[in-house]
Unconditional design. Structure first.
Length: 178
């Protein structure tokens, strides 16, 4: 049974050690019932901090010339993917700054295929590489990616506009999420 607002406020206001311990115990029981006790290992590779966007709040935005840019080569990514697979990680997330040039799209497609081959198709691959075309998403999924993570900082169109230059439209972001 889900707690209502008042019950949540009461739980967050607990002060006594015994009350807090009872709350932790109950939370553990609920977690165990709905999620279980198994731990799932998931890897994360920050492939690159090169980005074509210029979001005002972002440390890796295109016009930030104070950041040292990097790019991890394919051999290193495959080495890390192999390690994750050997350690029984269930999935690997590959994220980077946003790019949509053909060579990048092709590179990611090949990288996903190679990781799938390397792991006998057993490791899930999540990509987080910014807004892309529908065709690009399709190619990457056909190559073997199983999830795509696209962040959206706010669902308020006016706030979104204040965080991004005019060329980054809220509507396009929503369309990419759909």
């Amino acid at each position: 049974m889900r707690p209502n607002r008042q019950e949540l406020i009461e739980m967050l206001s607990l002060k006594g050690k015994d009350e807090i311990e009872a709350l932790y115990k109950r939370a553990y029981e609920v977690k165990k019932q709905y999620v279980g006790t198994k731990v799932y290992l998931r890897g994360l590779i920050e492939l690159s901090n090169i980005c074509t966007r210029n979001c005002y709040y972002c440390g890796i935005r295109r016009d930030n010339h104070n950041v040292e840019r990097y790019y991890i080569d394919k051999e290193e990514v495959l080495k890390e993917a192999r390690w994750c697979f050997e350690q029984h990680y269930g999935s690997l997330t590959i994220q980077a700054g946003e790019r949509s040039d053909k060579s990048w799209i092709d590179y990611i497609e090949e990288l996903v295929k190679e990781i799938k081959t390397l792991t006998d198709g057993k490791m899930g691959i999540t990509l987080s590489l910014g807004e892309q075309s529908e065709e690009t998403y399709r190619r990457w999924f056909e190559a073997g990616a199983h999830r795509y993570l696209l962040r959206i900082e706010t669902s308020n169109p006016e706030l979104y506009k204040s965080l991004h230059p005019a060329e980054n439209s809220f509507e396009n972001r929503l369309e990419c999420i759909r």
